[in-house]
Design a protein around this ligand. Structure first.
Ligand code: SAM
Length: 242
């Protein structure tokens, strides 16, 4: 069930983008990633489930796809929490989990800047396609990273799937063309929301490469950071250890 513990306040960059989500939000994700997003979330879920974590957090869970994929693939029944500050997203997530009859996921309204969990609570924290939102030109990045480190157990894993930069100059050129000529116009045409899909294409084009992300995570306080490139490096799965 989705609960509403936080009220919208100032100091929440991008909040307006994620509360006016279109009805066809999930469909748009599939179309703009040419159907690859589901497979990438599945690989991310399997990475999260290594070492059979007992307590997992899907941070910035959106409509819940990663939490639901983790619940479906888990051999044991871990305790899964999905957290997001957008109530419309959480409502869709809760409805999807209920129709899939997955009782071990709870969805809660929370801002990453102030997570309502005790210190060292989670064995694994995962974030799919939202780390960029927390770190790209975002003035609250330090607060977010401090909170993630606080609620993760020592030796716990932070697993991120995010857009990245292909290594080869040709693939990077094609990736940026795809962002401009496919992601932005298609997202805009289906949703009619120009600002959101312009932000998505622009931030993805300028976001970190895999090497930069690993360095970034180490500087943020994680003791290890590895990367697995997806689709020529257009995206990557990162695993960082606290
Ligand atoms: C691009 S969506 C990704 C959603 C989902 N993880 C997925 O894979 O489709 C980004 C999500 O991050 C959430 N978000 C962004 N900043 C946040 C913050 N500071 N606290 C909580 N949620 C946040 C948004 O509400 C949105 O649901």
């Amino acid at each position: 069930m989705a609960s509403n513990s936080n009220k919208p306040t100032a100091g929440r960059p991008l909040y307006h983008i994620f509360t006016r989500i279109p009805d066809r939000y999930d469909l748009i994700n599939h179309v703009i990633t040419l159907g690859m997003d589901s497979g990438w979330r599945r690989q991310t879920a399997l990475t999260c489930l290594k070492d059979s974590p007992g307590r997992l957090l899907d941070l910035c869970c959106g409509t819940g796809d990663l939490a639901i994929t983790i619940a479906r693939l888990a051999r044991q029944t871990p305790e899964i929490t999905g957290a997001d500050y957008s109530q419309p997203m959480l409502e869709k997530a809760a409805a999807k989990a209920a129709s899939a009859r997955l009782g071990n996921i709870r969805f809660i309204n929370a801002d990453v800047a102030k997570l309502p969990f005790p210190d060292a609570h989670f064995d694994c924290i995962a974030i799919s396609f939202a780390f960029r939102n927390l770190t790209y030109n975002n003035p609250r990045t330090a607060d977010y990273l401090n909170e993630i480190l606080r609620v993760l157990k020592p030796d716990g894993r932070f697993v991120i799937v995010e857009s990245s930069q292909p290594k080869s100059a040709l693939m990077r050129f094609l990736d940026h063309l795809y962002l401009k000529l496919w992601v932005f116009p298609t997202g805009y045409l289906i949703s009619r929301d120009r600002e959101s899909y312009r932000y998505l294409a622009e931030s993805a084009q300028h976001f970190y490469s895999a090497e930069e992300m690993q360095e970034y995570l180490l500087k943020a306080g994680f003791k290890q950071a590895t990367a697995k490139r997806l689709f020529f490096g257009a995206a990557a799965i990162y695993t960082a250890v606290k």
